[in-house]
Design a protein around this ligand. Structure first.
Ligand code: UFG
Length: 330
């Protein structure tokens, strides 16, 4: 029988790309999503269960029905600005959701977990190349909620033998190269999709959140990784869990940093269209520079990013923008 993977957040940006890769690898991805930020239209590669993670009764039913052998846990709120305005919402949804999920997994004997964590757990590290051993000191409630879940996963490992692969994502960008699915956020807050909205005339200009950071051109530096490469790492993580058991943490990025100015320049080049920008104030919770070393994922999992150049990420996102109708009908 085909192995079933429960994919929380499978209707979201990264989760939907993961479902496509999971199905292609011969598993059945069952999406569990409350559609707060996801889209039913993006659940194309396996069954869909609409539900709320903090609802234990519903989660029990889903585990009993599908008997997943592993869980990929993507479902979370992930906007740093919103997390800073309303921290309780983030602690409740992210940590509360994970508590219920982990307890349900253990009670149903499902002991393999792949978890989406973030470089936002590191805080502002003043330019050092981050890796798995860098101490974590989050500077916003989003990062803090993800770090708390990492700690909880370690506790469940000790007490119940939960096996886990924790991936700390850097800035995920791009879209399915075959343009079946893509990134659809409302409101859109991420840099690359905002630039594409400006390029296509849907938005007048982009506001650069601060040009007085201690970086060469004064704008924040981020490490962008293609969503297709990112989900490939998840499949390698799943294979590692099945073969090795245990618990590991991996950073996933391209090990290269680009400033906001550099991303804007590349987006103009790829689209061939002008992108108007203005310098605005800093956004709360932003670190000056977040770049990772992902040598561990390459060494242990054999991960080799293939599409994580700025040009390909923008190109793939641009193709989806031009060919896929926004699920909200916009
Ligand atoms: N930025 C702008 N103007 C905008 C949008 C973004 O200048 O209109 C800047 C940001 O200040 C930041 C960079 O562009 O310096 C990237 O911003 P994003 O909002 O695209 O991404 P973040 O780095 O803030 O955060 C994202 C996700 C988080 C995740 C994090 C990991 O939102 O969930 O990546 O790096 F944790």
């Amino acid at each position: 029988t085909q192995r079933t993977i429960l994919v929380t957040g499978g209707a979201g940006y990264i989760g939907s790309h993961a479902c496509k890769a999971i199905q292609r690898a011969g598993y059945t991805p069952v999406t569990f999503d409350n559609l707060e930020t996801g889209w039913a239209e993006m659940v194309k590669f396996g069954p869909f269960e609409q539900g709320e993670l903090r609802d234990r009764v519903q989660l029990d039913e889903v585990f009993a029905r599908w008997k997943p052998t592993a869980v990929m846990h993507f479902a979370a709120l992930s906007q740093i600005g919103e997390a800073t305005r309303d921290p309780g919402k983030y602690w409740s949804a992210n940590v509360g959701g994970a508590v219920t999920l982990l307890q349900t997994m253990v009670d149903h004997g499902c002991l393999n977990l792949v978890f989406s964590s973030t470089c936002a757990t590191y805080g502002d590290k003043d330019g050092v190349l981050l890796d798995e051993d860098t101490p974590q000191h989050p500077i916003n409630a989003y990062g803090a909620s993800k770090r708390a879940i990492e700690d909880m996963i370690a506790d469940f490992g000790q007490s119940f033998g939960l096996n886990s692969v924790i991936f700390r994502y850097f800035n995920v960008a791009g879209a399915d190269p075959e343009a079946e699915i893509g990134e659809f956020h409302i409101p859109e807050t991420h840099l690359i999709p905002i630039l594409l909205e400006v390029a296509s005339g849907e938005r007048e200009k982009v506001t650069i959140f601060g040009a007085d950071y201690p970086t060469p051109d004064g704008t924040c530096i981020r490490d962008y990784v293609h969503v297709s490469d990112l989900v490939e790492a998840h499949l390698l993580g799943l294979a590692w869990l099945e073969a090795s058991k245990g618990s590991r943490v991996f950073c996933l990025g391209s090990s290269q940093g680009f400033s906001v100015h550099e991303v804007i320049a590349k987006a103009q080049e790829v689209t061939g269209l002008p992108i108007r920008s203005e310098i605005g104030p800093r956004r709360g919770g932003d670190a000056a520079k977040l770049v990772c070393g992902s040598a561990a994922a390459t060494r242990v999992l054999g991960w080799q990013p293939k599409r994580s150049t700025l040009a390909l990420m923008i190109e793939d996102a641009w193709r989806v923008r031009q060919s896929v109708r926004h699920p909200a009908g916009a």
